[in-house]
Design a protein around this ligand. Sequence first.
Ligand SMILES: [Zn+2]
Length: 403
Amino acid sequence: MKYAILLGDGMADRPLAELGGKTPLEAARTPNMDRIAGTGLIGLVDTIPEGLKPGSDVANLSVLGYDPRRVYSGRGPLEAANMGVRLESGDVAFRCNLVTLGGDRLDVMDSYSAGHIGTDEAAQIIADLQRSLGSREFQFHPGISYRHLLVWKGGKSSLVTTPPHDITGQSTMSCLPKGEGEQAILHLMRDAAPILKDHPVNRQRIADGKKPANAIWPWGQGLAPRLVPLTETYGIRGGMISAVDLLNGMGVYAGLKVIRVEGATGFTDTNYIGKAQKAIESLEEMDFVFVHVEAPDEMGHAGDINGKIKAIEDFDEKVVGTVLKGLEGLRPYRVMVLSDHPTPIVLRTHSAEPSPFAVLSSESGENSGRGTVYSEAEGSRSGLLLSPGHHLMERFILGRLHA
Ligand SMILES: [Zn+2]
């Protein structure tokens, strides 16, 4: 059996007045996901356990079958694994965003991504931060676009930190790191400011009318988690295809091969078809593939209704459609599409309510074929709710969803 999970990050949403009471998923043209839901089955999955923040880290751990309440330790260490940064015992890894602060006193979160700064530009900045501020205790490692890593050897992991995409347009004053070790991190943030202010990359960005990366924002910290590899749990070999460090790192801890795709950006210009083709190629050798597409989530954060609809349509046509076609040559198969968590346009950040999933099997006996479409409302109407959501993976692999 070949298994494919196709995940549109943050696709799920809430009804919007601008769309006549439809959600972006309902407004988008999605014939391929509709076919999976209509021929196969649809349900809701509750990926965010109560008390945990609705992040992609928590949600995707659930999707991969891990109970986030037991294994979750922050997104920093997951991203470190993807970047090939080995964490020693006691190392605390932070996601370190390059951000743009605005306002007269530079205390407003203008852009959590420094205007989606380019990877090459960011690499020069991170290299200079490491040269000036790196030490035996603190190390900066470059990642993709605005997403970087800060490792604090023997650091404090219990700090309260805030995801910068949650405070877009808001004052940062009440959202700075708090708790044991806060002074060390605040010092680092302060010391970075003058280096960033005069950095040639930022001067050029300002001259080009782009947002400068004028601050660092460490968050999502934790120690390395321990995940039982999927090979051990289900006896399957598989791969992870994502442009996002977090997902690739989770793949590393889950024993998946991280498969790189040229032109995969984590944004709406991503190489959708390349990802899908790579997924099919990988399935010729492996049992399982997980394809993650970040673009719908980014459009949700941007509050861009049309952009989100377009990202969903691209995901449906280029990823889901291409994989469905390719799977026909690889029978028997089981394929699932889902959203890890909603990123409602009205909130411009993640929410914790369940998201719809849909599964189609090449074994017709596994399909319930109720003829519905893929949407939040149809997931709810199905009466199938997997909560806690980490049971979804086992039932998907074993083909026990329709029971
Ligand atoms: Zn997500």
